[in-house]
Design a protein around this ligand. Sequence first.
Ligand code: NAD
Ligand code: ZN
Length: 375
Amino acid sequence: MELKKEIRLKNIPTKASEKYRNFPMVPRVVFGNGSFDQLGAILMPRRKHSEAPMVYLVDAVFEGKELVRRIPNIFCDQIIFVSAQDEPSTVQVDVLVSMIKENFQEQPSGIIGIGGGTLLDLSKAVAIMLTNQGSAEGYQGWDLVQKKSIYHVGIPTISGTGAEVSRTTVLLGPDKKLGINSDYTTFDQVILDPELAKGVPREQWFYTGMDCFIHCVESLEGTFLNAFSQSYGEKALELCKEVFLGDIPANESRDKLMMASWHGGMSIAYSQVGVAHALSYGLGFLLGVKHGIGNCLVFQHLAEFYPEGVALFHQMIKKHQITLPTGICQKLTDAELNKMATIALGMEPLWENALGEHWKRVITAEKLTSIYKKI
Ligand code: NAD
Ligand code: ZN
């Protein structure tokens, strides 16, 4: 009996190999300027009782700002400010989870992430790790999460990553930068209030926005493309062009970039990213270069893979007078360059999406180090 059961379990296809993915989506979303003020009413029915707090993870950039006064901080709720200086790590998630467990006897009623991709990813991971045992590091990968996470809400304050819709939370671990990809990762509620993105510095606006643009290009030019991804990717690309090449008023631009991010994220859900993301992961892991700027640094040199996308990118850079840093990889040793290339080469699904199943015939470590050397 026991043996049979085990065989049957082994034969159940893992989610990642399902023929057609059964993909979770954010079940509830609010959109509109000022919609942040509905947060209190949205959370109220989710409060288990007065001892089970809502825990707000808020980008430290908002400390002392008006936004914080608008947070419905009642009963024993807690606001934790977290710096987005560094991208989220498994250790940081573990520390936050133990802090919350120490502070409260009851499990929180919910986790609310307010900020960019960094804070959104942290909140997703904390919500998962409050119900799953061990360290976040043990869940980096695909469908390793066993137990449902606690209720979590994402409130983006900068647009582009698509982290508000995705079923992953990208974490820097001790030996890899990899997401916790699971059905429990996706937010239960998202609030899209474009006004929250008002204070974003211009260059950061551009880098994070380009993450979305690059998601579109990599998805639309990829071999995994299908009508689902294409429909979202084309819309997101159109919005990115309006935002970064058109001359539209700032409020319209904020609305459109927020929706571009959403659609870009939906597009890659059912396909994959590509060359820029693979190379950017190498930069992120070894040098701590952040996702948005890392993608830009790489993408500028990828005309051979994405000729039209890279040409548009250069137009956008010019229009917004962005000067990308140079000399980032100049002082690296061969061993360091090789380490980055190895990390990039390890992102197999990204390469397969970009170049098809025979990608190894085209892409070698030397090829990748030659691109890194230009950065
Ligand atoms: P971020 O969250 O790192 O923030 C970038 C900077 O902008 C920070 O200094 C932050 O304080 C500041 N900022 C944010 N909102 C602001 C506001 N309204 N006013 C002023 N300053 C503001 O940036 P990001 O590019 O959104 O996120 C990058 C992270 O997202 C990376 O860790 C990356 O791995 C992750 N990511 C996740 C996914 C996913 O699907 N989960 C997808 C892409 C990227
Ligand atoms: Zn990205």
